[in-house]
Design a protein around this ligand. Structure first.
Ligand SMILES: [Zn+2]
Ligand SMILES: [Zn+2]
Length: 277
């Protein structure tokens, strides 16, 4: 099942892009501008290799790691009188949530993914680039992946610019090299802008303890609350530090390690602030 996830065109495209960007950055941009034999060149190559390796590890982790599914004993908890309410979207009591397709009760923040054909705990979105859902368990590696990928992409763009500025373009004949640099520059700048925007968006969501789905649900909930003269507050927002540690863990030194998810509980129960606002 997990191996089959690798059989996807977008994943193949990401591997190709990673390989191409790594090769051009180290063996063309850094080699050309400062030489890999110089201490400066070697240091930059090592820093970039570290970023590329961490992006690679995070990417594999996102693909292989299960996003988190409803535990088999979850129904028993309901039979024992447990409360299964949609705390996120129904402030006035809420109703037990049930997935007809999976024939199971849905814990709070769980949503059914039509692509995976399963209910996913604290579902954020289904990502085609990892051919997997992003949910309760693999949100951390996904978040870390975009942080490393953004940094690597910006680093590569800086190396490209340094290389362009030190080249004596007047003495270079033919258009092939110029065209190569124009294509690389366009791709890297587009990638950097996209990844920086995505990182900024997920830093915001992390600080709010919100998923992408909850953000969209929140817009509607705010509108409905305003109509009845009330204020809507995202119920899982426990303050920025608690929000961050609930996803990345309390050990700051393990925040940037993608597989460090031991702090996560079962994903069926979440602390909330007071429902009255
Ligand atoms: Zn389902
Ligand atoms: Zn999915």
């Amino acid at each position: 099942m997990k191996k089959q996830r690798f059989l996807s065109l977008p994943i193949f495209a990401v591997f190709l892009a990673m390989g191409f960007i790594y090769y051009t950055t180290v063996f063309i941009f850094i080699e050309d501008s400062m030489s890999l034999n110089s201490s400066n060149g070697l240091l930059n190559a090592l820093i970039f290799s570290f970023l590329a390796l961490m992006s690679f590890i995070s990417f594999i982790t996102c693909i292989v790691m299960e996003p988190g599914h409803v535990p088999a004993n979850f129904v028993l908890e309901i039979e024992n009188g447990g409360e299964v309410l949609d705390q996120g979207s129904n402030k006035n009591g809420g109703n037990p949530r049930f997935c007809d397709k999976c024939a199971t009760h849905k814990p709070p923040r769980t949503h059914h993914c039509r692509v995976c054909r399963r209910c996913v705990l604290k579902m954020d979105h289904h990502c085609v680039w990892i051919n997997n859902c992003v949910g309760f368990v693999n949100y951390k590696p996904f978040f870390i992946l975009i942080l490393y990928a953004t940094t690597a992409s910006l680093y590569s763009t800086v190396m490209l610019i340094l290389d362009i500025f030190q080249k004596d373009w007047d003495s270079i004949r033919g258009q092939h090299l110029k065209l190569f640099y124009i294509i690389c520059g366009t791709v890297l700048i587009a990638l950097s802008v996209t990844l920086t925007t995505l990182s900024g968006w997920h830093v915001y969501l992390l600080a709010q303890n919100m998923t992408t789905i909850e953000y969209h649900e929140g817009i509607r909930a705010s509108w409905l609350a305003k109509k009845s003269g009330q204020n809507y507050r995202h119920p899982y927002n426990l303050g920025v530090y608690k929000n961050i540690t609930s996803t990345l863990g309390s050990n700051v030194f393990r925040w940037l390690w993608p597989t460090a998810v031991g702090h996560l509980k079962d994903g069926t129960n979440f602390s909330t602030t007071s429902r009255s606002s």
